[in-house]
Design a protein around this ligand. Structure first.
Ligand code: SAH
Length: 264
């Protein structure tokens, strides 16, 4: 691909540059040429400036795909997606693709994260109030949401991913993001009512608990299978809770991991 980000190449360049804080032995160079990829410690030192340029490129593409909400674009520019994926996948972190995050789950494509965030915000001028996310996964979308809302509650049913998200998010110190371990099918009543609810896993229908926990005037965005499109296909569904009742809109087809019951 012609447009492939210059991320890995620039990364190598940065890492290879002598730095005052490292002994100028050429050690970093030899590690690089053997492994083809800098070790994680070196990566996190060298990646700063360069990854922001690659992220900016990603944001331009998102804008080109029709994302217009300035807060969403700013959040996508700010949160470093490469910190949420396995080091072996770092050079794909800013491509518009979902990537494995372990335990059979995936981090959503930036295009889908920003699309859902924009739908969720529904043109709000400032930050949303309280938001509930079902399916923390690696924590990337939760981090994005934390910049778009006053409080974010994110729930994950797999202990391994809940722990991984905590680890991934530690450096960001997002005081308004609350990670919960549990079955998100039941929502999280203690944080209700929510201005917005977003699901990162798709079920046959939207659990009633989510609709119940939505504030009046609130919006829910979720991938849903049954009845939405042809059998077995998922589509994004938007549910608005209005004084006149529940309004449901079915949007484009999507591919999310399944919403499952219980914890593991
Ligand atoms: N937003 C995540 C996407 C993770 S994939 C990210 O940015 O990485 C969806 C996640 O939903 C998976 O981790 C899966 O384990 C989780 N999930 C599925 N059913 C769930 C449920 N009932 N409660 C909580 N999490 C659930």
């Amino acid at each position: 691909m012609k447009e492939r980000p210059t991320f890995p190449a620039r990364l190598d360049f940065t890492v290879g540059k002598p730095k005052a804080s490292r002994p100028a032995t050429g050690h970093a160079h030899s590690v690089l040429s053997q492994g083809g990829r800098p070790p994680v410690g070196v990566l996190s030192q060298g990646v700063g400036l360069d990854s922001s340029a690659v992220r900016m490129n990603m944001v331009h593409k998102l804008a080109g795909q029709g994302i217009t909400d300035p807060l969403v674009l700013a959040a996508m520019r700010t949160i470093e997606r490469h910190r949420f994926v396995d080091s072996a996948l770092v050079n794909q972190a800013y491509e518009d693709t979902s990537l494995p995050i372990g335990l059979g789950q995936t981090i959503s494509k930036p295009g889908v994260v920003s699309r859902m965030a924009e739908l969720l915000r529904n043109g709000a001028s400032g930050r949303l109030g309280r938001v509930l996310e079902i399916g923390t996964g690696c924590g990337y979308q939760a981090a994005v949401l934390s910049l778009l809302a006053q409080e974010v509650y994110s729930i994950e049913r797999l202990r391994g991913l809940h722990d991984k998200a905590r680890e991934n998010l530690r450096h960001l110190r997002l005081a308004n993001l609350h990670l919960l371990f549990g079955d998100g099918m039941a929502g999280y009543a203690k944080g209700a009512p929510y201005a917005a609810i977003i699901a990162a896993a798709g079920g046959e229908s939207v659990p009633q608990a989510w609709v119940d926990q939505l504030a009046m005037g609130g919006r829910l965005v979720a991938p849903v299978s049954a009845g939405a499109t042809a059998a077995g296909q998922q589509a994004l569904v938007v549910i608005d809770k209005t004084p006149q009742g529940i309004r449901q809109t079915v949007l484009e087809a999507v591919h999310f991991v399944p919403l499952k019951s219980g914890i593991a």
